[in-house]
Design a binder for this molecule. Structure first.
Ligand code: FAD
Ligand code: UDP
Length: 400
């Protein structure tokens, strides 16, 4: 008998498996329908021997010391500050838009103070910022919005920025200085030996059994378990009873080239002229030295594996209906990006999973106390051996 069946071996499932096994001495079976652990953060050495991220570039960044320290139990780190360029008007310029972006694009030599005035002149004030269009146009005006954001967003989401919540483009700041880092979080680094190695260490516990190539629906009736943690898409769990929740998908085209470098930056975004959104060259991310180089193109699409919840009012309304079912479903806890329909980064999912564990462990303690008080038997409660003190990390929508 397993205490928990965990569906999905990504960050949400693996953190909970580790905590329940090592922190609460629970017997855990974690299954994934894919052939590997790690969920979308899975990385592996390709046929050329280059470490690549199968599901697109995953860069770890967080402001949470708790999350960073928790993951540090399972990996060493390689300090890494991510930089992205955009191909616009035949030039390769920094994104987030900063002082150098403006000077290169318009052939100017403005100072930080002058570029502030520049933005003030071109910005279109907006009484209330509601959409992803409002966010950008109110800061940098329509022309820059069209060069950098409008088409990229239409490609990525199949929707105009005016149809998406403000939270989507708010992920990308605007700067008046020359800082060209994509993120400014306190902790920015990559797992030294890759994400998959980190997940292997997380799941390496005698109380944890891992079952791959396994859809939970094929085994849930045959495997005895007390409770379930579900990290797959929430609409699938409930057989789409309120209709399909839109999740945006991607097709990844991986290539290896017989040259040591392919492009001038770790990621180059193509807002306008290509059908892909961005190209990533992995060696920048991993620091690996190799005479060849591997890259990945991302082509957005509607159908396929669910990668992104789509933040907009209509979808929040559908999710709210599923959430009511979630709240009424006993014995199953829904965690993770797909199950809670939240456009969360890895660190936010780790935080969500640790918070969930805190609640489960707290609840079990409470149940044991009530039970013990009721029957006068003081031996029923097994104390939590290793609770992670985790006091509700701020679930900020954007951590940069
Ligand atoms: P997942 O990783 O999606 O794990 C869910 C798992 O459940 C999957 O492995 C799936 O196969 C399994 N599953 C689903 N249904 C079933 C079933 N019926 N039976 C068995 N198993 C099932 N975050 C960052 O912080 N930095 C980044 O740079 C970054 N880049 C990203 C780039 C891309 C292209 C994408 C798509 C995401 C990126 N993210 C990034 C976000 C990051 O991937 C997620 O925050 C994180 O992986 C979510 O973890 P999860 O466990 O919730 O979900
Ligand atoms: N975005 C854009 N142009 C860019 C970069 C981002 O329009 O050059 C918009 C786009 O809508 C994208 C969102 O900002 O989906 C968030 O970007 P981020 O790089 O955070 O996306 P992710 O890495 O999650 O795919």
């Amino acid at each position: 008998m397993f205490d928990y069946l965990i569906v999905g071996a990504g960050f949400a499932g693996s953190v909970l498996a580790e905590r329940l096994a090592a922190g609460s001495d629970k017997k855990v079976l974690i299954c994934d329908k894919r052939s590997h652990i790690g969920g979308n953060a899975y990385d592996h050495y390709n046929e050329a021997g280059i470490l690549v991220h199968k599901y697109g570039p995953h860069i770890f960044h967080t402001n949470s010391r708790e999350v960073f320290e928790y993951l540090s139990r399972f990996t060493q780190w390689r300090p890494y500050q991510h930089r992205v360029r955009a191909s616009v008007d035949g030039q390769i310029v920094p994104i987030p838009i900063n002082l150098d972006t403006i000077n290169s694009l318009y052939g100017l030599s403005l100072t930080s103070f002058e570029v502030e005035d520049f933005f003030k002149k071109v910005a279109e004030p907006c009484a209330q910022i509601r959409t992803s269009e409002d966010v950008v146009v109110s800061k940098v005006g329509r022309e820059l919005y069209e060069k950098f954001f409008r088409n990229y967003t239409r490609k990525q989401w199949g929707l105009d920025p005016s149809e998406l919540d403000a939270s989507v483009t708010s992920r990308v700041p605007t700067r008046t200085n020359r800082d060209d880092r994509y993120f400014t979080d306190t902790y920015q680094s990559m797992p030294l030996h890759g994400y998959t190695r980190m997940f292997e260490r997380m799941l390496d516990h005698p109380n944890i059994k891992v079952l791959l190539n396994c859809d939970y629906r094929d085994v849930e009736k045959d495997i005895p378990f007390r409770e379930m943690i579900y990290t797959g898409p929430v609409d699938t769990y409930f057989d789409f009873c309120y209709g399909k929740l839109p999740y945006r998908s991607l097709e990844f085209k991986h290539e290896t080239h017989d040259q040591s470098a392919f492009q001038s930056a770790p990621v180059v975004n193509y807002p306008n002229e290509q059908s892909y959104t961005r190209v990533t060259e992995f060696k920048y991310l991993t620091g690996q030295e190799h005479p060849r180089t591997s890259i990945v193109y991302e082509f957005p699409k509607a159908e396929g594996d669910p990668y992104y919840p789509v933040p907009r009012k209509e979808n929040s309304a559908i999710y709210a209906k599923y959430k009511a079912l979630v709240d009424g479903t006993r014995g199953v806890t829904f965690v993770g990006r797909l199950a809670t329909y939240k456009y969360y980064n890895m660190d936010q999912i780790v935080a969500q999973a640790l918070t969930t564990y805190g609640k489960i462990a707290g609840m079990k303690r409470l149940e044991a106390t009530l039970h013990n008080n009721g029957n006068g038997n003081g031996n029923g409660h097994k104390p939590e051996s290793d609770p992670v003190a985790f006091s509700g990390l701020a679930m900020t929508a954007a951590t940069h």
